[in-house]
Design a protein around this ligand. Structure first.
Ligand SMILES: Cc1cc2nc3c(=O)[nH]c(=O)nc-3n(C[C@H](O)[C@H](O)[C@H](O)COP(=O)(O)OP(=O)(O)OC[C@H]3O[C@@H](n4cnc5c(N)ncnc54)[C@H](O)[C@@H]3O)c2cc1C
Length: 317
């Protein structure tokens, strides 16, 4: 119930306008979002890398509705690649195709993606890599077609895609990606989806994740296991051990602000860990999806509201 409420709110720009105007909204976002500027994101990435953990920067934004905005997003992503490389970081970024114009024109979206990929290839010395995030199931087919047809042949080493274990179609998609030698990030999936498209029960989503993870660990190209689920992470380690897969053949990925203890513990055990660090002004839908994932985050939000109210009362007193 709470999950669907937050997912519903994630599509309500008027609520964002309200939250953006007050300090409280930005304060809550700060737990999951590194800041609004590239500078703040690079600083956050440097702090994470100082812990021995790799990073990917995600310029927030999705469902962009004008060509000008998609060009601005493309240029900002290119600046992000340069900003990371100039700071001596691995230039690893995540993008969303609707931020680059998928809803407006597939041709111009592809042109934006290609320009970003060309810059990534130029920055090869910094292991530059572009991950195409997966959005709602409305975009899965188009995202994967574009990736297989227009991206993979020229940019296999510089681009990867995401598969969501809650989607019923994901078994077939993983098989095709493994055959193509593509780099895949596996996650559970963060959007509200109908029963005919996606598993609704956590048990089914987790079972699907473990199945797909086995395929990717065994036959995939440096898969990314993106979850904070301790049970699944334990299974990944056991699977790798049982199948003689060394830790440098895959990585764990987690979100900025979530389970830092687990990130550090895996890193200390010698696993590759990467933290996904979002930044930018368009933080609202991302924040709502994070709140939807965990009821305890609502408690965190409520305590922030109380602190804000009390500090306001103190100031007024
Ligand atoms: C690196 C990365 C990239 C991602 N990219 C995509 C993408 O491209 N497309 C997409 O649809 N989804 C993406 N996701 C989100 C993903 O689909 C899940 O919604 C999210 O990771 C929560 O699922 P979980 O696997 O952690 O398992 P869950 O079963 O949701 O959670 C397991 C445990 O993790 C902790 N936890 C999980 N989420 C939170 C949170 N928000 N706050 C605090 N604790 C939490 C809790 O302890 C919880 O009990 C990504 C996730 C990661 C880590």
């Amino acid at each position: 119930m709470l999950r669907s409420t937050f997912l519903w709110l994630s599509e309500r720009p008027s609520v964002f306008e309200f939250l953006k105007r007050n300090r409280l909204g930005r304060g809550i976002a700060a737990r999951f979002v590194a800041g609004e500027s590239l500078e703040s994101a690079v600083q956050a990435a440097q702090a994470v890398e100082a812990r021995g953990i790799k990073t990917t920067l995600d310029l927030l934004g999705e469902s962009v509705s004008s060509g000008t905005e998609t060009h601005a997003a493309r240029d900002e992503v290119i600046e992000t690649i340069d900003g990371m490389a100039d700071a001596g970081l691995e230039a690893n970024v995540s993008v969303k195709l609707t931020q680059l114009g998928l809803d407006i024109s597939e041709t111009s979206c592809l042109d934006n993606v290609r320009r970003i990929l060309r810059r990534a290839a130029d920055r090869n010395a910094f292991n530059a890599f572009v991950r195409i995030d997966m959005e709602s199931s409305k975009y899965t087919g188009r995202t994967l077609s574009l990736f297989h047809r227009d991206v993979l042949p020229d940019y296999r080493d510089h681009c990867g895609v995401v598969i969501q274990s809650y989607l019923r179609r994901s078994g077939k998609d993983v098989a095709a990606l493994v055959t193509a030698g593509a780099r895949v990030r596996l996650c559970k999936g963060a959007y509200a989806e109908a029963n005919d498209v996606a598993f609704q029960d956590k048990e089914d989503v987790d079972r699907s994740f473990v199945d797909l993870m086995g395929t990717l660990l065994e036959s995939g190209n440096y898969p990314a296991i993106a979850t904070h689920d301790v049970d699944i992470i334990t299974k990944a380690q056991a699977f790798a051990k049982d199948h003689g897969i060394p830790p440098d053949r895959f990585e764990f990925q987690m979100l900025y602000g979530v389970r830092r203890d687990l990130q550090d513990a895996l890193c200390a055990k010698g696993f590759n860990v990467r933290v996904y660090i979002p930044f930018g002004t368009a933080w609202y839908p991302y924040l709502m999806r994070r709140l939807a994932e965990r009821p305890a985050n609502v408690g965190f939000m409520a305590s922030s509201v109380m602190k804000e109210v009390f500090s306001h009362n103190d100031r007024s007193a």
